[in-house]
Design a protein around this ligand. Structure first.
Ligand code: EPZ
Length: 420
């Protein structure tokens, strides 16, 4: 296993290129299963999750070629049963179900397990499939979804935490090849859902309303191959923006989509961070003292849960009391105990973390747990005095392309080492 060794206290300065969005790339790769013609997806981030999704598509019989940031998939002939072990290991693979159901009228995948941030149920995905006419059977750890016929339907996909991103993606994909019109109410509005809809439309699907809570899909007989470029990763951009602020640096995020980041940028400005937009770049710097802010994570266009841990580090450095409430996942405070090792003073009260900010952080060995918590630990290490070792960084490599290389280019003293 590898660790990142970070000598903190260096203000980040310079430019960083934002990569394609992981959470767009995974459903886009799944969507290539909907056609027997070749597809090309560009600006795909080089991540272990992308490679993993490639292996899953290959296990279904698709030809997959990943070279640099371009993924070519030709799902000429595919089977409906995914590799149990492969699928079980990556939650994002659940989005192959909608494509398999649309293309083959059946899908068999291992029930995606929970993870450290929550139970991660798929009841809403299955509710959508059933609305389209599918039969659902769960046996021996597999979910079997079969349909003699897929018929358009109206389905409400809102759950206890609001909309579901991959649930919306799954039902939208299956509905593209159903007979008739499907309306998804309480659809997820995330940019990654819009990016998927754009790709499906390029493949010949008839979709309107993506990005709004009501998406209408008129089924077609067949979809054809298409090419697509993945949108920039708004969470990666947020991560580097917050790292710049935490180190009192000055960083230009090249290719960041400010229009996908309103809630994040609004909270950063409220906390005293300077955010300047020029074309498709964002310049992040500090102006004066930081101020504490309260944050509640919500479905898009609210503050994203995937930037909650990173923002908590900024608040830990900010004199005063900040309250961060996590409304999307039931266990997304794994980073709190690790941040405490670095000197952060944070108390958890139910769904909220009370951050008593302003104490300086000092380096220590910490353990990564989930993707975004790991990013928060890296940011904290960059801001802390002394050396921080972030262990188990395979979590990071799932969702951040070349994070140590990008940070070194911004002046960070960071290196990847094999854990002792
Ligand atoms: C996507 O996960 C993202 N992953 C997550 O990013 C992100 O945190 C999440 O959306 C929320 O924005 C990918 O896109 C690969 P949800 P997804 O279904 O779609 C509950 C990261 O760090 N729910 O929107 O799985 C669920 O338990 C990852 O990049 C049900 O109850 O999330 C959660 O509380 C982490 N029943 C809430 O909805 C369901 O059937 C939102 O989950 C589905 C979801």
């Amino acid at each position: 296993m590898q660790s990142l060794l970070i000598k903190g206290g260096v203000p980040l300065r310079g430019e960083v290129q934002i990569s394609g969005a992981k959470n767009a790339a995974l459903p886009l790769m799944a969507a290539t299963l909907l056609t027997d013609e070749p597809c090309v997806i560009r600006n795909v981030p080089e991540l272990s999750d992308v490679k993993f999704m490639g292996r899953i598509l290959q296990s279904l019989g698709a030809e997959v070629e990943i070279s640099g940031n371009t993924v070519r998939v030709h799902a000429r002939k595919i089977k409906s049963v995914g590799d149990y072990e492969l699928i079980r290991q990556m939650r994002g693979s659940v989005c192959i179900m909608g494509a398999l159901l649309g293309r083959l009228r059946r899908a068999t995948v291992s029930l995606p397990g929970g993870c450290v941030i929550g139970a991660r149920p798929i009841n809403l995905h299955l509710k959508g499939f059933a609305a389209l006419g599918a039969k659902i059977a769960i046996e021996a750890g597999y979910v079997n979804v079969t349909a003699k016929k897929l018929s358009g339907a109206e389905v409400f996909l809102g759950g206890r935490a609001g909309s579901t991103v991959l649930g919306t993606a799954n039902v939208m994909m299956a509905a593209t090849l159903a007979e008739g019109v499907t309306t998804i109410e309480s659809a997820a509005c995330e940019p990654e859902v819009v990016d998927l809809a754009d790709f499906l439309i390029a493949m010949g699907a008839k979709i309107s309303g993506a990005g709004s809570p009501t998406i209408t899909i008129t089924g077609v007989k067949k979809l054809h191959g298409a090419e697509h470029e993945v949108i920039p990763d708004r969470i990666e951009a947020a991560t580097y923006a917050i790292a710049a602020a935490c180190t009192n640096g000055s960083v230009v995020l090249r290719g960041a989509r400010a229009d996908h980041m309103h809630a994040i940028l609004d909270k950063m400005r409220e906390s005293g961070v300077k955010v300047e937009r020029s074309g498709t770049s964002l310049h992040i710097s500090r102006k004066g003292k930081l101020k504490p802010v309260d944050i509640t994570t919500l479905p898009y266009s609210g503050f994203p849960t995937d930037a909650q841990a990173q923002m908590m580090v900024l608040m830990a450095l900010t004199p005063g009391i900040s309250i961060i409430t996590e409304r999307i996942f039931e266990a997304r405070f794994m980073h709190v105990s690790e941040l405490a090792r670095l000197g952060a003073d944070i108390e958890i009260e139910g769904p909220s973390a009370i951050v008593k900010g302003g104490k300086p952080l000092s380096g220590a060995p910490v353990m990564a747990s989930d993707l975004r918590a790991s990013a928060a630990l890296v940011i904290a290490g960059l801001a802390a005095r002394g050396t921080t070792e972030v262990q188990r960084i395979y979590h990071l490599d799932r969702g951040y392309e070349n994070i140590d290389g990008k940070l070194r280019a911004l002046g960070a003293r960071i290196q990847r080492v094999d854990a002792k």
